[in-house]
Design a protein around this ligand. Sequence first.
Ligand SMILES: Cc1ncc(COP(=O)(O)O)c(C=O)c1O
Length: 388
Amino acid sequence: MTAPLPYGKQTIGPEEHALVREVLESDWLTQGPRLGQFEQSLRDYCQVRHAFAVTNGTDALLLACRVAGLGPGDRFITTPNTFAATANAAVMCGAEPVFVDIAPDTLNIDPNLVEKALAADPSIKVILPVHFAGHVCPMDRLADLASQYDAIIIEDACHAIGGQWLDRENRWHKVGSCARSTLTCFSFHPVKCMTTGEGGAITTNDDQIAERLTRLRSHGITKNPALLEKNDGGWYYEMHDLGINARLTDLQAAIGLAQIKHLNEWQQRRLALVNQYDAELAGLAQVNPQARPASEDRHCYHLMVIRTSRRRELYDFLHDQGILVQVHYSPLHLQPYYRRKFATGPGLCPEAEKYYSEALSLPLFPSMSDEDQKRTVAAVRTFHLQGV
Ligand SMILES: Cc1ncc(COP(=O)(O)O)c(C=O)c1O
């Protein structure tokens, strides 16, 4: 019997084992040298001034929203086609969500509707776009809107590390470079493009924001002599801000250090698998993959998303064969919490609602074999062509 095929999973090699063992045998399981080294590798990789490795993508978003100054009375724009953590982070700060519908082809937030929302509501302070499945949002356009309406952009790039996007002057930017945003957040959960077990990161080019993040991710505490109100001795610290413990351990940072070296190779493999899926499914009228960029595609795809009218039956059919497809996402504005607290409901974002009824994520991960992909494609074709 063939082993079940997950929709996503980590790739772990000998270097991860060796580096974790080294940390285990060292004096520092947390707050040791590996964290700083991992943060340096993130800065180098993303081509950005500051990077903070934190406990998970959720805390990355929470701290980003805090440092962006979101609070009660503020509103923020985000997409309903995302994981709960995206909007939850800003709501935890006391802000109110404005869910803006998606474009039906890219499945990302629709910039024309973002413009409408900004024009209608001056209390919108933050735009929180999500690069869904790894497909980067139109950052030039969103940045124009942010500057016109005095909002800041926090990118939820939890799906997208390893990717690049082309600006209107034909320059490529790494996701995480914050070329058109104030902050970018990543997740290193095992199904994502790279992993640290649990983990996440925040990047920014803003020195003041970085200075505050240094404190916020560690209880708001500082030992920086330049900031202390007094100094009682070598042990002395002060708490200047209300923070949390969002530190990544050295064990996790060691995994990240090994992982990031493979990111380019994994991006290539993910892209090749996605292109192969697109080619093989192109003949099936009932199946529509997510749109790809018009120019060269350098996205790092976290998910291989298709739309299909008989989603429920196809989901069951594939699961019966051990192909463990998933659905991303049930629209956030329809979750009971959001419906009850913010009076959102059906009809608010019709494209996201329609997409959800058709959405399916096929298996995609770098170590997936060509045979596993063939098996998946054959099952999808059989289902549609033989009218299962
Ligand atoms: C779009 C998006 N945002 C945020 C998160 C939260 O990341 P984490 O699971 O690392 O807390 C996820 C993870 O599933 C995600 O997919």
